[in-house]
Design a protein around this ligand. Sequence first.
Ligand SMILES: [Zn+2]
Length: 199
Amino acid sequence: MRLIDVLLPVRCARCGEPPLSPCAHCLAALDEAPMLPVPNGLDSLTALTAYNDRSALFITEAKYRNSRATLGVLMRWAVELTPPAVSLADAVTWAPTTDARRRERGFDQAQILARHAARRLGRPLRSLLRRQPGPTQTGRSRADRLTGPSFRSAGSPCAVVLVDDVCTTGATLTAAATALRHAGAGTIHGLVLARTPQR
Ligand SMILES: [Zn+2]
């Protein structure tokens, strides 16, 4: 945590009320995640909410203002929705962002979310994936995103929880899961904050 995060009281990104972002009221107002098929390569996918104007405010705030408190609040509730098998996983890992994106922001949002998830679940956090060079997903068309990025893994335990911030087409999670499977994973549970409804 940075000094500025300690000195400035946390206020809800939507309504401005302390002491949490989102506050309990705005958290309860988030829409349920859309009922969509589990992306290829995953055994299950848990999403806290739908990715829309209401939730994007919190997730975008977290992305660009580095509000780690928001990520912790959201991931805490996402973990509550996971199936029981998730709490028995061997490791929690994440789909890493590009090096360029990490340099630009100064952190990897998915990694921070995975750390929160690991702590909540009481399972070890492990860096299992490397992202192959290529364009970032943000700002690409849906058709482009469907092809997804590509990942490599040098080895994976049997049961893994794979964390990311938003599942749009599922292409990123599928690509990450494929790399984990090749590296030895048997069961892969996806865990994201938000899932985009199909248009
Ligand atoms: Zn609020």
